[in-house]
Design a protein around this ligand. Structure first.
Ligand code: BGC
Length: 705
């Protein structure tokens, strides 16, 4: 049967010159001084709406829809007469800003992450943007790396599940809907393993770890139909990803059958020269296209050299055409051939509407993790206490947005102070916005409880913002010590883009509510949780280390040959475990877990079984419990982690309610890539936990025969 879309692509391809074909693979910046000339000459395929290589940390011009439509008109009047695709980093919300991705990961709520994707796509597309460079699926095991803020944390399963949710939300039912965008799984692959946590740094990843730890989120993104993948800046074991045929063409395109577009990161094709694997931009173009990079972002190796390389036969025409086909298919899927322009009034009822704000509020609320709550200090009773709100983040507005917020506006976000004022609660005093510690201590003395808002400025995390010290920013711990020194209860509200070293903070805090950078509705979420209007349900998507010296610190480590015996692999000067483990978080209730029951104790290949548990909310308030399934492959032909997350459910429980929670275990949950890179399940025993976090609970055994 003939496929009309395929026919259209072939028809377009047949009428393009080689130069025009190359043009489809070129992505230029909206700020390129020659943009209009290049579009007129028909040698641009897509436009990135960013001005600089580190747009995520800088103020960018807002998107001007009329300008985009005008540029589109020029493209359609040029010789290839093909529409442009406009791309922008709409990372965690457009006008309605959601928590940073690691905060969204802390919700452990697929549905909320999906809805976040939907909102982002609706608002972005209404602004004329067709393509967003999110979600970031890099496994992030090192909090020194500033881009941990953009990740879903340290775990392959959680990242895969939430990545899939985000992609399906962004891409919707059909990409031609004016409510959808093309998503981008980035950065393929291993970028988060940067040595020392220094952005862009060298990585050394063995093939087995690459496939079992770093690949799974990309594998499920491809399965979920993601439209694009961005190659990462880094090298892996001596080979820059941007020029790596094995990783892009063979693994991603052939083995995983990815049919969408692969693009380079910003100027990464030209950066192959700095990596030292080629000597000229011509060589870089040759290397990258052959590796499978369809679109070159911003640098001009393809623009200047690809046509020549095709004519000389160094790059085969069929390789070029395979890439062009992918770009044309993207344009077709977006419906741009029929509807190339975006209506000017699409955004009116969309930006920051009440529905979007409500989803952002739910997301912010569920993202926050209660790390400490001594003597059940929280929730505070709003009517009863004389409360002081103070600290360097108490008056923060756009600082609550977090890194990579290009379109959120300061006027559209409330600070904690603003929100508390709006409550008109006479028992809450808002501390001064300029902190004079002498005056502050006097205020602390005059109140019963202090809420102190501490944390990182968002420009301390994100791209190119790695740190060597995970303490609170300068002066904040000292301030906290002094405040606690007054002798009254202190609640720390902590905003951050990365896990910090809280080993001292927790000594001086009676409660710690970890709030990440929570977005437009963050202040309300924080106060709602503090006063018990909501019960905390966030759980850590990443382990919190005891210090920088404890890095890397992740829960799914290997057992080693000497775990607990005479020569254990431990530190002699401190505990080796995480300070707060992966999956951890408190609530305002207590949930009791029964022992696990398995529907059978033995499993054969192809069979499934059910692991169940009953949960009872024994505490005073309703909660949402994140029930986590962990599996250990106890005997296998290669070493395997001590535990791996293989399922999770977020369940609502009223006080005294008991529910049964079940997980289906099939071969896929027991499989891994072996030494031959084959996806296998091997006979032997497995341990299974259903638990509230990665360190609690008793396991049961399952035999795979
Ligand atoms: C970042 C990408 C981003 C791109 C475009 C790069 O510096 O690594 O994540 O999508 O810029 O702004």
């Amino acid at each position: 049967m003939s496929n009309p879309k395929k026919n259209t692509v072939e028809e377009i391809l047949s009428r393009l010159t080689v130069k025009e074909k190359v043009g489809q693979l070129i992505q230029i910046s909206i700020k390129d001084p020659d943009l209009i000339e290049k579009v007129k000459s028909g040698t641009v395929g897509t436009v990135i709406l960013a001005e600089s290589p580190t747009a995520g940390n800088e103020v960018q011009d807002k998107v001007l829809l009329s300008e985009l439509n005008a540029i589109q008109k020029i493209a359609l009047e040029s010789s290839p007469a093909l529409p442009l695709v406009f791309a922008r980093d709409v990372i965690h919300g457009h006008r309605t800003v959601f928590p940073i991705p690691i905060g969204q990961a802390a919700t452990w709520n697929r549905d909320l992450v999906k809805k976040g994707g939907e909102v982002l796509a609706k608002e972005g597309r209404a602004n004329g943007i067709h393509w967003t460079f999110t979600p970031m699926l890099d496994i992030a095991r090192d909090p020194r790396w500033g881009r941990i803020a953009e990740s879903y944390g340290e775990d392959p399963f959680l990242s895969a599940a939430l990545g899939e949710a985000c992609i399906t939300g962004i891409e919707g039912q059909s990409l031609s809907d004016t409510t959808s965008m093309i998503a981008c799984a980035k950065h393929y692959i291993g970028y988060g393993a940067a040595e020392g946590g220094r952005d862009y740094n060298t990585t050394e990843i063995g093939e087995n770890t690459l496939r079992n730890i770093y690949l799974p989120p990309f594998k499920s993104a491809v399965k979920a139909g993601v439209g694009s993948v961005m190659a990462s800046f880094n090298e892996i074991s001596g080979s820059p990803v941007t020029g790596n045929q094995d990783l892009i063409r063979r693994l991603l395109k052939e083995e995983l059958c990815f049919e969408g577009v692969v693009l380079s990161d910003w100027e990464a094709v030209a950066e192959l020269l700095f990596h030292g694997v080629c000597e000229s931009m011509e060589e870089a173009a040759n290397l990258a296209l052959n590796a499978g990079i369809d679109i070159e972002m911003v640098s001009t190796c393809y623009e200047k050299h690809l046509e020549k390389l095709v004519h000389s036969g160094s790059v085969k025409l069929e390789i070029l055409e395979d890439s062009v086909r992918r770009v044309l298919e993207m344009k077709l899927k977006l419906g741009l051939l029929e509807n190339p322009y975006t209506a000017e009034n699409l955004g009116v009822d969309v930006y920051l509407n009440e529905h979007h704000k409500k989803i952002a509020l739910d997301s912010a609320t569920e993202s926050m993790v209660l790390l400490e709550n001594k003597n059940n200090l929280l929730p505070l009773e709003i009517e009863l206490q004389k409360i002081l709100l103070t600290g360097p983040m108490a008056h923060a507005r756009e600082e609550l947005f977090g890194t990579w917020t290009l379109d959120g506006k300061k006027s559209e976000v409330e600070s904690l102070a603003d929100f508390c004022k709006s409550l008109q609660a006479s028992n809450i005093t808002i501390g001064e916005s300029v902190l004079h510690s002498d005056r502050l201590l006097k205020e602390v003395l005059d109140h019963e409880i202090t809420l102190i808002a501490l944390g990182e400025h968002p420009q301390r995390s994100g791209e190119m913002n790695s740190v060597s010290d995970l303490s609170l920013p300068a002066g904040q711990l000292d301030l906290l010590k002094k405040v606690k020194g007054i002798g009254k209860p202190v609640v720390v509200l902590l905003f951050s883009g990365r896990p910090l070293d809280l080993s001292e903070v927790r000594l001086y805090a009676d409660a710690i509510l970890w709030a990440w950078h929570p977005g437009t509705m963050g202040a309300q979420a924080c106060i709602d949780l503090t006063f018990g209007i909501e019960s905390p349900s966030g759980r850590l998507p990443v382990s919190f280390p005891r210090s920088v010296g404890h890095l890397p610190c992740y829960y799914n480590y290997k057992n080693t040959g000497r775990p607990h015996t005479r020569f254990p692999s431990n530190y002699i000067d401190s505990l080796s475990s995480a300070l707060y483990p992966f999956g951890y978080g408190l609530s305002y209730s207590k949930v009791k877990y029964s022992p696990i029951s398995l529907s059978k104790q033995e499993k054969k290949k192809g069979e499934t079984l059910t692991a169940s548990i009953s949960l009872t909310n024994t505490g005073p308030v309703a909660v949402q419990e994140v029930v986590q399934l962990y599996i250990r492959d106890s005997k296998s032909s290669m070493t395997r982690p001590v535990k791996e997350l293989k399922g999770f459910q977020k369940r609502f429980l009223s006080p005294n309610e008991t529910v049964t929670v079940s997980f289906t275990i099939d071969d896929s949950l027991l499989s891994y890539y072996n030494h031959e890179n084959k996806w296998v399940v091997e006979s032997g025993s497995f341990e299974i936990w259903i638990a509230p976090d990665s360190v609690t609970g008793e396991s049961v055994s399952l035999d795979f025969i």
